[in-house]
Design a binder for this molecule. Structure first.
Ligand code: NDP
Length: 313
């Protein structure tokens, strides 16, 4: 196993990781980043980003992440491919992170920006049309379907919130619920039930998303009667939950039952000294590029102050 030391080790390369890198690099901390399994993060699988401030004409997700990368590297980020596969956070100022099972970094501070991954139904058509009418983020992509008919899969709070959001932009929203009841809190259920342009289809599963270059419909099946039908929609949203990429920290870092890392209110500090968390790995509520970037800035500032012995918390 090869070995190396770092002052600030950043895991993950989405908006949170790169923003932490920009701040840490400009503070002269010589950050080292490992990009993880999806270099650039979730934005690399979206198309237009129109809600990130500073891009009046919008920008493509992959292009924006290229800009993040270039900006961080301009200030000297040591940016590498690789995936953290094991950690040992038992010794303060000497946290160990193994990369790809073969390289051991001993880091004074670790910034965790490993993000979360949207869960998908697992259909070939869903994957093929991802970014071309299929989306896991109504807030990001709903705008492109204004005045049109769309479908959203899921029955939790996120699905209800996103269905309600879409109902204000779209002509009609089909909500595809796999059981005969919601999982969402009562108030969220009531909100979608009271919205006239949301049609809830219970006991409904998706057979296939239809279309070649863009979505033109969805083939759905009633799980009781097995009857199949096609709904004409141009947008197909999947809101069946996210999985934070935090499994390797289990046993060291405090997380909630879904695996989101817990941080102190108003800070990026985890329960382990010198380990900071930002972005979607610790945020199940907002999950936006801009909030991830903001929390990445917090993590870098927290790490800098910790290293300087000026921890303000
Ligand atoms: P949840 O895990 O709560 O819900 C996931 C939903 O997706 C469930 O209804 C589930 O169905 C459905 N689902 C899962 N897999 C499939 C599948 N293969 N096909 C069809 N449907 C599927 O995730 P959420 O993202 O909704 O919420 C995560 C957490 O965040 C929750 O604790 C939630 O309360 C919280 N949250 C709170 C908000 C708020 O308070 N404003 C807003 C958003 C989230 P089934 O019920 O049948 O298992």
């Amino acid at each position: 196993m090869t070995q190396e030391k770092a002052e600030v080790l950043i895991l993950g390369s989405g908006p949170a990781g790169y923003t932490a890198a920009i701040y840490a690099a400009r503070a002269g901390l010589k950050p080292l980043m490992y990009q993880g399994g999806q270099p650039g993060g979730q934005l690399t699988i979206t198309t237009d980003v129109e809600n990130y401030p500073g891009y009046p004409e919008g920008i493509q997700g992959p292009e924006m992440m290229e800009d993040f990368r270039k900006q961080a590297e301009r200030f000297g980020l040591d940016n590498r491919y690789g995936m953290a596969t094991k950690v040992d956070f038992s010794i303060p100022m000497a946290h160990k992170v193994i990369i790809d099972g073969s390289h051991e970094i001993t880091a004074s501070t670790v910034v965790i920006a490993t993000g979360a991954s949207a869960k998908w139904l697992g259909l070939e058509s869903e994957q093929r049309l991802n970014g071309y009418g299929v989306s896991a983020c109504a807030v990001c992509d709903g705008f492109f379907f204004r005045g049109q008919d769309v479908a959203i899969v899921g029955a939790g709070d996120t699905a209800c919130e996103e269905a309600h959001y879409l109902s204000k932009l779209c002509k009609k929203v089909f909500m595809l619920v796999r059981r005969d009841e919601f999982r969402a809190s009562l108030i969220m259920q009531q909100r979608v039930k009271a919205t006239s342009n949301i049609e809830i289809l219970f006991n409904t599963e998706t057979v296939e998303v239809l279309g070649e270059d863009g979505v033109i419909g969805a083939k759905i099946r009633n799980t009781i009667s097995k009857e199949e039908k096609i709904i004409d929609v141009t947008g197909f949203f999947v809101a069946i939950g996210h999985q934070p990429n935090t499994q390797i920290f289990d046993g060291y870092l405090t997380m909630d039952e879904a695996g989101y890392l817990e941080t102190e209110k108003g800070s990026s500090r985890t329960n382990i000294e010198g380990v900071f968390a930002c972005g979607d790995a610790q945020d199940k509520i907002y999950r936006q590029a801009v909030t991830a970037a903001g929390s990445g800035c917090m993590a870098a500032l927290d790490a800098e102050r910790y290293l300087a012995g000026k921890d303000l918390h």
